[in-house]
Design a binder for this molecule. Structure first.
Ligand code: HEM
Length: 317
């Protein structure tokens, strides 16, 4: 039986930090839900380790930066998408609505514009299908059927039941991305990459004679899937819970409104530069993230040099 190490225990903390700095830990892929592992495989960013992870992460960060991540151009995409979202809310004419899918659509669109090269209309059938598949896959993991599958994958794979929908959804999502990659292959211009997939295809071409390259068809499909899944679900859930929490604390909402009116006003969209003038809003967002505890265990790591800490083989930073 392997042991987990609690990083919140102060007596373990120093050892853990030393571990991380000396690169004596790596991602504990075994701890991921089996289906998640089967979906994202170890070809993408989230479930890989070692040299593969280093190369894919370096490439992805550089590509995302080139497409404006952390810069003014992504800010403009977000501002534009926020306008589309507002239009959708306005259509409800003040009637109650469930914001779940609205947030997913808006957030997914910002990511889609970077990875697939364009945003989708909110009623686009392909887009709705993709979001439905993501929801079905992620929600499926937490159902009793999903957990049974996790514990007994070989048996459950053959058993009928609701978990079969989750399995199909994750396969369909992969097929969706594969199809997009194939479409990109036909139109990619090495001198004018349009998005993440184009950049990956260009890198694949550059490294096509390298035997141990990490840039191949599986790499582009799973890395794109990782960015889409990890980016969409985290940010839209944060928005959804944030709204729920503000409903419970109207006094906090009132103070946020006052700060927005004072700093941004009513005639323009908010921008990143406003952040330093909005300490209350900044604190509320941090508190929402702390309170909702979106990924409470972080990403588990395992030590890869056991002699350093004999009592713990697993650690969770
Ligand atoms: C509220 C927003 C977000 C939260 C709370 C969040 C949280 C996390 C956490 C806890 C990890 C694991 C870090 C670790 O390895 O220890 C992670 C990794 C990752 N996230 Fe996010 N994330 C968010 C937004 C995003 C967005 C917008 C994207 C993509 C556009 C994204 C893509 C990824 C990827 C690719 C990884 C794996 C990175 C690696 O292998 O080092 N995340 N995220």
């Amino acid at each position: 039986m392997k042991r987990m190490m609690d990083s919140h225990n102060p007596s373990n903390k120093e050892d853990l930090l030393t571990f991380l700095h000396q690169k004596q830990c790596e991602r504990l892929v075994e701890s991921m839900p089996r289906r998640m592992k089967a979906v994202i495989k170890d070809h993408g960013l989230i479930a890989s380790n070692g040299e593969r992870w280093k190369q894919l992460l370096r490439f992805s960060l550089m590509t995302l930066k080139n497409f404006g991540m952390g810069k003014r151009s992504i800010e403009q995409r977000i501002q534009k998408e926020a306008q589309f979202l507002l239009e959708e809310f306005r259509k409800s004419k003040g009637q109650p609505l469930d914001p779940t899918f609205y947030f997913s659509k808006a957030v997914a669109n910002v990511i889609c514009s970077v990875v697939f090269g364009h945003r989708f209309e909110y009623e686009d059938k392909e887009f709705l299908k993709l979001l439905g598949l993501l929801t079905e896959t992620i929600q499926g993991f937490s159902t009793i059927w999903g957990q049974l599958y996790n514990a007994f994958p070989k048996v459950m794979e053959k058993m009928p039941g609701p978990h079969q929908r989750m399995l199909k959804a994750s396969d369909d999502m992969k097929e969706f991305v594969k199809k997009r990659v194939e479409m990109h292959k036909e139109t990619v211009d090495p001198n004018n990459p349009r998005d993440f997939i184009d950049c990956f295809l260009i890198k694949m071409e550059e490294e096509k004679d390298k035997a141990d390259t990490e840039f191949h068809m599986d790499g582009v499909v799973y890395s794109t899937l990782d960015l889409f899944g990890a980016g969409t679900e985290t940010v839209s859930l944060t928005l959804r819970y944030g709204l729920l929490i503000l409903l419970k604390y109207p006094d906090v909402e009132e103070r946020i409104h006052q700060e927005i009116d004072k700093v941004v006003g009513r005639d323009r969209a908010p921008c990143v530069a406003d952040r330093s003038h909005m300490p209350y809003m900044d604190a509320v967002i941090h508190e929402i993230q702390r309170y909702i505890d979106l990924i409470p265990m972080g990403s588990p790591r395992k030590v890869i040099r056991y002699n350093c800490l004999p009592n713990a083989q697993f650690c969770s930073p």
